[in-house]
Design a protein around this ligand. Structure first.
Ligand code: NAD
Length: 493
């Protein structure tokens, strides 16, 4: 049958689990009421596993376990060096699992295998980095000679709820887990329901590295159930969320009652501004990478390209030609550059935008499912030119391999167009005029700007968005500040 042929043709990782559980108080568990949800792979869109669907009672058990681990210790009062040792062991174990992690991540998310490889190393670096930071950390002290001393007594906040999205799920989980654990918090992680597979690796990694029981807990489940319960639970003192802006707004409202700490990394519609004096080859390479790597399912995707009129026609032509040559295919095939989008629901949404785009701009590449891939969530890299700022495909996050190109006349118009959306996550500027590069970078309303570059980021620098793209910044000591209280202690002499 059709189904057998499809199943036979796809790569299925050896030992693929068929059921995924919660990890609560050091134990793998199902939901108390036995609820489950189906997990699909994006190549066949068939169910390959069920996962425990956490309900309020399961979240309560996890938050209580984390609360006990926090109250009873020893993790929150372990010296930074002791925590760093555990974090470094975690990093080694994560790194050693690179091949397996990449295989699972590719199977579950549809990410090209060559791009999934290396995610473990990035995750491992997050643990090493925050281990180093807490060991090197100093805190402020102030003295008025002969009169008083005031100093900062830093302490972990308590139980942190970590809610993560389905794009590069394991790596993004590490970006929250590492600083939370380094700070001495206990955590409950709620991974995205589209992609729970790679998160199932954490339990063994943390146990083997010697993290005390109950410090790390994981509850799988649907956002509106497990995520919602985690946000509303009185025992979580912090919520660190990465996901869509509308979800972030809902969580913000739900946190209001208890005034818990929030960090929000939300959506984006980031501009890449290409001036006529740019190194065109480099700008083409980078703007293609910016929206077609990671299947376009990248929060910092440069999904709007603004190009100066003098080079506009040439840019569009060369960009479209390159986009048409991108290899779309089975995510496990090392030749694949764009794989399958994560889930049929997301695929429908992206395809909806492609149809809208056909009425709003000029389609110059892609625009449909590639003919050789009749099954699975595949879309040929799609390029729309002449897209006006009023277009929905200019304004709204698509989160797939779809890009809008728009011409501009001068610097002022470039800045106006760049800022003419509700989002403000990232921006990219391409010019060989150094002064203008900095000027435009400073004028773009975005938390992060890359000038004649992309994807280079020191972990000490701030990460986060402005406007509808987020609240608060993580990265370096900002992350530690989020997961710790800075109590001021005053004494007279
Ligand atoms: P999403 O908002 O649908 O889901 C994110 C997480 O929130 C999931 O775990 C989900 O189960 C949970 N959730 C959903 N409803 C909830 C609720 N009512 N209460 C509590 N939790 C709830 O986002 P997604 O589709 O998984 O991820 C894609 C989005 O994430 C894109 O908008 C992308 O830009 C954004 N993103 C941002 C960054 C960043 O750093 N700024 C990084 C990656 C992804």
């Amino acid at each position: 049958t059709d189904t057998t042929a499809r199943t036979a043709g796809r790569h299925v990782p050896e030992g693929l689990p068929t059921h995924l559980q919660h990890f609560i108080d050091g134990e793998l568990r199902d939901s108390i009421g036995g609820e489950t949800f189906d997990v699909l792979d994006p190549v066949s869109n068939e169910t390959y596993a069920t996962a425990a669907a956490g309900q309020a009672a399961d979240v309560d058990a996890a938050v209580r376990a984390a609360g006990r681990a926090f109250e009873d210790g020893p993790w929150p009062t372990t010296a930074p060096r002791g925590r760093a040792r555990v974090l470094n062991r975690i990093a080694d174990l994560v790194e050693a699992s690179d091949a397996r992690l990449a295989e699972l991540e590719t199977f579950d998310t549809g990410l090209p295998i060559t791009q999934a490889l290396g995610q473990a190393q990035r995750a491992a670096e997050n643990f090493r980095f925050f281990a180093d930071l807490v060991v090197a950390q100093t805190d402020d002290a102030y003295k008025v000679p002969g009169k008083q001393i005031n100093y900062v007594n830093r302490k972990p906040v308590g139980v942190a709820g970590l809610i993560t999205p389905w794009n590069t799920p394991f790596m993004l989980e590490s970006w929250k887990l590492a600083p939370a654990l380094a700070s001495g918090c206990a955590v409950v992680l709620k991974p995205a329901e589209f992609t729970p597979l790679s998160a199932s690796l954490w339990a063994d990694i943390f146990t083997e590295a010697g993290l005390p029981k109950g410090v790390f807990n994981l509850v799988n489940g649907i956002g509106e159930e497990a995520g919602d319960a985690l946000v509303k639970h009185p025992g979580t003192r912090l919520i660190s969320f990465t996901g869509e802006t509308t979800t972030g707004q809902l969580i913000f409202r739900n946190c209001a009652g208890s005034l818990k700490g929030m960090s929000m990394e939300l959506g984006g519609k980031s501009p890449a501004v290409v001036f006529a004096d740019a190194d065109l080859e480099a700008a083409l390479d980078s703007t293609l990478f910016g929206v077609f790597s990671l299947n376009g399912e990248r929060c910092t995707a440069g999904s709007r390209i603004l190009v100066q009129r003098e080079i506009y026609d040439e840019f569009v032509e060369r960009y479209a030609a390159r986009a048409r040559n991108i290899v779309v295919g089975d995510p496990h095939d090392p030749r694949t550059e764009v794989g399958a989008l994560v889930h049929p629901e997301h695929y429908e949404r992206v395809m909806g935008y492609v149809e809208i785009g056909k009425t709003e701009g000029r389609l110059v590449a892609g625009g449909s499912r590639p003919e050789h891939l009749p099954v699975g969530n595949y879309l040929a890299p799609t390029v729309f030119a002449d897209v006006p700022a009023t277009a929905r495909i200019f304004q709204e996050e698509i989160f797939g391999p779809v890009v809008a190109i728009t011409p501009f006349e001068d610097e002022a118009e470039a800045i106006r167009l760049a800022n003419d959306v509700k989002y403000g996550l990232a921006g990219y500027v391409w010019t060989s005029d150094l002064q203008r590069g900095h000027r435009v970078a400073h004028s773009i309303e975005a938390g992060m700007v890359w000038l004649n570059s992309h994807n280079v980021r020191d972990l000490r620098s701030p990460f986060g968005g402005v406007k509808a793209s987020g609240l608060g910044h993580e990265g370096g000591y900002r992350s530690i500040d989020f997961y710790t209280e800075q109590q001021a202690v005053h004494i007279t002499l």
